[in-house]
Design a protein around this ligand. Sequence first.
Ligand code: HEM
Length: 215
Amino acid sequence: MTHFINSSIGKKVIMSLSGLFLIVFLLVHLGINLLLFVSEEVFNEVAHFMAVNPIMFVMQHVLALGFIIHIIYALVTSYLNMKARPVGYAVIDRSKSSSWESRNMLITGALVFSFLVLHLINYFFKMKFGEAEIASDYVLVTDLFKEWYFTLIYIISFVLLYLHLNHAFQSAFQTLGLNNSKWLKRWKIIGTIYALIICLGFISIAACFFARSIV
Ligand code: HEM
């Protein structure tokens, strides 16, 4: 087992499994956030349930672990890939054989991580450890999008998330070996549709609440 985890394919499998776990989290997170469109009462009720439910408390720790494992393994495999890449006189133009997304996973991943730090400061830490009592989770969440610069930073981050997910999805299934020639094409299409749903879903929240604040 230790031998597998330390092998290069073992590291990629762990990165793929933790990535798929985060992909599922994003859909659940988007689903809950879309309740903002239903009503203030419904969103606050669900937010309260999430805050007091012990299963959610455990899941938050599992989620944090998922992020930590994914990031550490992404950094290690990228470093090993870089070290193994031959440097020499022949300059290979990789732009012809691979997509922009696949060549920039480390950059889009790092930018999404930076967004995550800002995002946790904006919401999570205020809700969990804020000094002041929060009157309404709904007001805290939607008030952020009254500021054009937060709305812009969030929307740019959702586009970066799209670029990251678009490659990550099909790459994870490829690593896990579920990729005969027919399925490779299908995973690519499913991955793009999934990434679009996540990106446009989150953008709709930021854009709609910003629009509501100016009209
Ligand atoms: C319009 C977009 C988004 C809104 C309105 C939103 C809202 C929130 C809120 C209110 C919380 C605090 C939940 C609580 O503590 O009970 C939260 C936490 C969190 N968000 Fe988001 N979020 C958005 C997009 C994202 C994206 C794109 C990611 C990932 C890249 C993300 C990752 C997280 C994580 C990891 C947590 C902490 C875990 C948790 O409490 O569920 N969020 N978000």
